[in-house]
Ligand binder design. Structure first.
Ligand code: BDR
Ligand code: CA
Length: 311
């Protein structure tokens, strides 16, 4: 059955690949894309999301700009990973397709209100500001959510932006706290799993060998953002974080995890944004999230190459 999804995103090269995967896959119906401030400021993420839709040949997709800053803290960005534009690498033309009128949060609220209970899957690929704001402003929409499948957090890998926190959760921990307490089914693509989705040289070559515009762009984006992670981790490539969210909707069996309690640290300066996951079941705190930790990397990249090849 086709899943109705809303992609909430801060592109980002890995967000871009996730959007391409969704737009190439009949298993999901993209109701709209909401941009949020994260990797780069909102103006750029809203622009980048449209660049990616046009690359997929889908200028009809509705793209909205959402929140331009986290709920309580100043925005932290990641140009050191994604470059000045957020989509550094190949030179891309400015998008022709318009940004939709209205705020991304209103789009989320209105779209969910119009759908039956339990039918829309939210796919956050950036800080959770838009989703938390929508839940706070319109608590009646929460029951419309079938599942929240998000990229964020870490347990064994601990952190990438601080020693204790993953970027998306760190940027807006108060928003993450609201989402993790929403009571809806949550699936978490943590760094523990995304750090296994590595863009090795043969995997990048497979995108390039597609010989299509989309394949070439994916290879060139990857070439760009790999340099940072290779240097940092000494790894063979970079983690393709966000596409894990969409791949899970298409082929859930590629992933393995545990259903555990996850709480978000919001108070400590030292560990702000930490996802405190009770992986070993040492508390009685109620389980609220399927926390992913492993994936079939070969199967994941086969799926990606096959689907990007359709664009
Ligand atoms: C997450 O942070 C961003 O830089 C990536 O797009 C991904 O969503 C990884 O920590
Ligand atoms: Ca992202």
């Amino acid at each position: 059955m086709t899943r109705k999804i809303i992609i909430d995103t801060d592109p980002g090269q890995d967000d871009a690949v996730a959007i391409l995967l969704a737009l190439a896959s009949p298993e999901v119906q993209v109701l709209g894309i909401t941009a949020v401030a994260g990797n780069v400021p909102l103006e750029l993420t809203a622009k980048n999301a449209r660049i990616v839709c046009e690359l997929a040949g889908r200028p009809d997709v509705k793209v909205f700009a959402g929140c331009d800053r986290p709920l309580r803290h100043a925005l932290v960005t990641a140009e050191h990973v994604h470059g000045k534009t957020g989509l550094d690498g190949p030179v891309m033309p400015d998008p022709m397709m318009p940004l939709q009128d209205g705020h991304g949060v209103d789009f989320i609220i209105e779209t969910l209100r119009a759908e039956p209970a339990d039918t829309v899957t939210l796919c956050p690929l950036g800080p959770l500001t838009n989703i938390a704001t929508a839940f706070e402003r319109a608590p009646d929409i929460v029951e419309k959510v079938q599942e929240i499948v998000l990229m964020g957090g870490a347990y064994f890998q601990v952190g990438n932006i601080t020693p204790a926190a993953e970027f998306n959760i760190y940027v807006d921990p108060e928003a993450a706290d609201i989402v993790f307490k929403s009571g809806r089914p949550i699936t978490v693509m943590s760094l523990d799993v995304t750090h296994k989705a590595l863009t090795t040289a043969p995997r990048v070559q497979a995108f390039r060998d597609l010989g299509t515009k989309a394949g070439t762009m994916v290879a060139e984006w990857t070439d760009f953002f790999e340099r940072f992670d290779k240097e940092k981790y000494g790894s063979a490539g970079a983690p393709l974080h966000d596409p894990c969210v969409i791949a899970y909707l298409i082929a859930p069996d590629l992933f393995k995890g545990r259903y555990v309690n996850v709480e978000i640290e919001t108070l400590s300066d030292l560990t702000r944004g930490m996802t405190v996951a009770d992986w070993w079941g040492v508390t009685n705190r109620p389980r609220n999230a399927m926390f992913m930790g492993d994936l079939d990397a070969e199967g994941f990249f086969e799926l990606l190459v096959q689907r990007i090849g359709r664009l």
